[in-house]
Ligand binder design. Sequence first.
Ligand code: NAP
Length: 489
Amino acid sequence: MTLAERETQVVERVPKQLFIGGTWRDAKSGAALKVEDPSTASVLCEVADAGTEDAFAALETAVAAQPSWAKHAPRERGEILRRAYELLMQRQDELALLMTLEMGKPHAEAKGEIAYAADFLRWFSEEAVRIEGGYSVAPNGQARFLIMRQPVGPSMLITPWNFPMAMGTRKIGPAVAAGCTMILKPAQQTPLCALALAEILREAGLPDGVLSVLPTSDAGGVTEPLLRDGRIRKVSFTGSTPVGRKLLEQSSEQVLRTSMELGGNAPFLVFDDADIDAAVDGAMQAKMRNIGEACTAANRLYVQSGIATEFARRLSERMGALRLGRGTEEGSEVGPLIDAKAREKVQSLVDDAVSRGARVLVGGSAGDGDGYFYRPTVLADVPQSSDLSTTEIFGPVAPIIPFDTEEEALTAANDTEFGLVSYVYTQDLNRALRVSEELETGMVGLNQGVVSNPAAPFGGVKHSGLGREGGRVGIEEFLETKYIGVGGV
Ligand code: NAP
């Protein structure tokens, strides 16, 4: 089979309808949404385009399924997740190809995301049976406290396009483990991964009505009426800070539980005493994972003056050697950006920095072809005042900003409303701990360029969000605490 035939086959295999109450159906309006391949700007296929009526149909099934799902044995909920984990891994190659086609990342990286996504299901399959309560004696000895944990209830899950599988499983895993029913609204650029995931969960034995998946070109029309309805009890969102703010406002009406995984503007600090090879490796990972389209992407590289020139030289060499190409091509290391708008934004940020005195060491322009390619770029001597240091780049651009003292680096790193992750490279243990304590972020990569791990609590502070996903605390986001005061014992 040729690659082109295989591409057609993986796209054809995915259900193209809405998944509501365990069945596949067309949108009530009959509307369809085009899915594009960002590496060629051509249309891959169409999927059903949900509207408000479909959203309410999904809500009815989520509400109807909630009581029996909450009573489902935790072990069975865990086993459904475990089976879904196995299925994802069995189909890793084909699912990765699907992801590459609709999102653009190179196939090897897409395979990595399938494994990462599957691991959330495995992690939460193990957590489903570890939901614990408590029993204690009141301080005055005259009552007993019984503490139980219960599912929050029907939940709205909203995910972005950049990690189309993992952002889904990072929410579905804990929601299933906790016993919540859910409606997933994937990003309109990447509905195919979400639909494929729904089919896998169905095959794994997820009961009808527990999960609905609604691709739509009208995000607000599908989610807002449900958030204002009162029967949805939770919204878990991953995406940009402005949309997160809007959802928080909407959630206030019915006082919903909220989890917000929002934008980032990660500082990457390299001190003179760092292992420079390790720092360059880490910068490559932190910058280039997912073509730079990650909330955790190193956005500002602060490098101490003594090593700034050498660090910039080595990083430029590595960035310049990366192979740009369609993610399905053998040896391709950098795929296209998601769309034309994303590429224009990256170019305008680079132009702004250059107009303020930054020097282009490598890259600085769009790639060839019809797709939305942008060349891996390193900019030196970027002034702190440039838009690059305040805006989430979401592309393969590494701005290097030199600094002299630790205090100066910390002040610059914290000078942002975002607070998702920061990276620190130093071999001085005292400095490592001191700086990690001072950084205003929910996560710190200390001498490592990747922090994401299903077993660790992922999340940000300040405008980067509320709550944590993954780790032991991940399931908490989908649980309520009920306290029963027992008298007369
Ligand atoms: P986005 O524009 O905020 O979109 C995210 C999701 O929200 C999409 O499903 C989108 O649907 C939906 N949406 C947009 N407007 C909405 C509205 N008014 N009501 C309800 N839903 C709405 O973000 P993006 O550009 O896809 O993703 C990139 C952003 O996500 C970056 O800021 C990145 O840092 C952040 N992110 C954060 C994390 C984290 O864990 N902190 C992880 C990954 C990404 P449409 O597709 O229809 O617009």
